[in-house]
Design a protein around this ligand. Structure first.
Ligand code: OMP
Length: 249
């Protein structure tokens, strides 16, 4: 099948490189040649591959989301954000449940790296709200947070905005409520995306790529539906095509 790819839409697809080592990640990236999507390196790959692999992806021209979901005392997160910013990543994250002081410390760490090296581009610093694998029942009965998931997510989004962050990670189901509360320029990055008929796995709060982009998600994060596909390139192209058909902005 032939596909025409819009670079601006492709960039809004973040492919999760959830691989155990650099070798497997490199083999996978070969499938994506000339597709200008964003790549996400999470803890599995980063703890094995380290910062050099981030530099390698940047030297190949990719936009990179370093997903280490920092959650620690403010001083430690400040240092972590400083080191991550120096790597030149485009997006990185902390957990909103760390609170305002912690998130402000992340901003400070990022800012001081940007002041020290004016060649660095300002990354988009975002906060994870409620993980997209968490159901209403688990949040209420196991984690012990009362109320609806939507209310908890919007509360975290408010805290992130108040702390000076640029957006949040949430389910595409919560994007409209976040935009109403925080405004359309506050970025929403949404995992919990499943093409119709694909395996849900451990995700619980999901929508299809078309529904997610139509609902206003700024970026869609997709891992296993692409990395586990028989033809990862075709799976990537199909998702970008579905996004192109439903995009509003
Ligand atoms: O921060 C994230 O990227 C993230 C937050 C969240 O709430 N849910 C979530 O699934 N993710 C990440 O998004 C990716 C989703 O992968 P798949 O479920 O395989 O599509 C994984 O790499 C997760 O670590």
């Amino acid at each position: 099948m032939t596909h025409s790819i819009s670079p601006s839409i492709a960039k809004r697809l973040i492919v999760a490189l959830d691989y155990p080592n650099v070798e497997e990640a490199r083999v996978f990236i070969e499938h994506l040649q000339d597709i200008p999507c964003t790549l996400k390196v999470g803890m599995q790959l980063f703890y094995s591959a380290g910062p050099d692999f981030i530099r390698e992806l940047k030297s190949k021209g990719y936009s990179v989301f370093l997903d280490l979901k920092m959650h620690d005392i403010p001083n430690t997160v400040k240092g972590g954000a400083n080191s991550i910013t120096k790597l030149g990543v485009d997006i990185f994250n902390v957990h909103a449940s760390g609170g305002v002081q912690m998130m402000k410390a992340a901003v400070e760490g990022m800012e001081s790296a940007l002041i020290a090296d004016t060649d660095l581009e300002r990354p988009l610093l975002i906060a994870v709200t409620q993980l997209t694998s968490t159901s209403q029942q688990v949040m209420n009965q196991e984690i012990g947070i009362q109320g609806t998931v939507e209310d908890a997510v919007v509360h975290y989004a408010r805290l992130a905005q108040q702390s000076g962050l640029g957006g949040v990670v949430c389910s595409p189901l919560e994007v409209a409520m976040i935009q109403q509360t925080c405004g359309a320029s506050f970025a929403t990055i949404t995992p919990g995306v499943r093409p119709a008929g694909s395996d849900i796995g451990d995700q619980t709060r999901i929508l299809t790529p078309g529904q997610a982009i139509a609902g206003g998600s700024d970026y869609l994060v997709v891992g296993r539906p692409i990395t586990g596909a028989n033809d990862p390139r075709e799976a990537t192209q199909q998702i970008i095509e579905e996004m192109s058909l439903h995009v509003n902005h």
